[in-house]
Design a protein around this ligand. Structure first.
Ligand code: DGL
Length: 269
């Protein structure tokens, strides 16, 4: 059987990246893990997020993936280098691709970033943006209310609108032209975010650019799948499988097979 691409997140957020990988690389097989039992990762400390990410990678390694995509900004900020040092396959994060996409779109050089507390406090986006364009002006805001809303499938309610308005309404006063959705859960809320922030701001999700990076690596390594038959993807989650499945089906627009994981924390060491 062809080797899959392993994609992981704290929950359903990484599906925004998985969908783009499926669109750009329809022949690639995906094995997805959402750690829904332990989401959100945003308020957790870096050591804990790193430990959780290691545990998921240790779980996914049994499928002999040819690549790992850390489709979670918080885990990318804290654990990307750690995971790269532990496995001998390419590991792709979502922060540099997101930063590249934003720099490619901005005309004013003033970019907003919203993400979890962990991602925003790490300063990883500022670093990634300034590495590409040293004089870029960055405005960052942590939005801890967003991930729990998405995990509940609450994308467009009044409660969601109010949470978004209170969290980012004040960003309208800045002269930015692009806003990075620095959490892979946020594309689920894109409609309401756009409504609150105004129609002239480009919303930047790292999904497309991350999928492009996956594609480039596979091409460079001559590891693209060439099968004629469309692949069967596998989805795993550590929490409530019903909710995960219904959100995944809405987002991916297809029936998915889901295996709930009885999450026994593996020994690390
Ligand atoms: N999708 C994760 C991210 O991109 C959400 C983290 C969380 O669970 O708080 O950061």
């Amino acid at each position: 059987m062809q080797q899959p691409i392993a994609i992981l997140d704290s929950g359903v957020g990484g599906l925004t990246v998985a969908r783009e990988v499926m669109r750009q690389l329809p022949r690639e097989r995906i094995v997805y893990f959402g750690d829904t039992a332990r989401a959100p990762y945003g308020p957790r400390d870096p050591e804990e997020v790193t430990r959780f990410t290691r545990e998921i990678v240790d779980y996914l390694i049994q499928f002999r993936p040819k690549m790992i995509v850390i489709a979670c900004n918080t885990a990318t900020a804290f654990a990307l280098e750690d995971i790269r040092a532990r496995v001998n396959i390419p590991v792709v994060g979502v922060i540099k691709p997101g930063a590249r996409a934003a720099i490619g779109r901005t005309l004013t050089g003033c970019i907003g970033v919203i993400g979890t507390e962990g991602t925003i406090n790490s300063g990883a986006y500022e670093d990634a943006l300034r590495e590409i364009s040293p004089h870029v002006h960055v405005i960052s805001e942590a939005c801890p209310l967003f991930v729990p809303l998405v995990e509940k499938g609450n994308f467009r309610s009044f409660e969601t609108y109010e949470a978004i308005r209170r969290s980012i309404g004040h960003l309208r006063k800045f002269p930015m032209d692009s806003l990075i959705l620095g959490c892979t859960h946020y594309p689920f809320l894109a409609e309401v975010i756009q409504e609150v922030i105004g129609p002239n701001i480009n919303l930047i999700s790292s999904a497309e650019e991350t999928a492009r990076e996956v594609s480039t690596i596979l091409q460079d390594q001559e590891r693209m799948s060439r099968g004629e038959v469309l692949p069967v993807h596998q989805f795993f989650c550590s929490g409530d499988p019903k909710l995960f499945k219904s959100i995944a089906q809405q987002w991916l627009g297809e029936q998915i097979e889901l295996t709930p994981v009885v999450w026994q924390v593996p020994k690390i060491g």
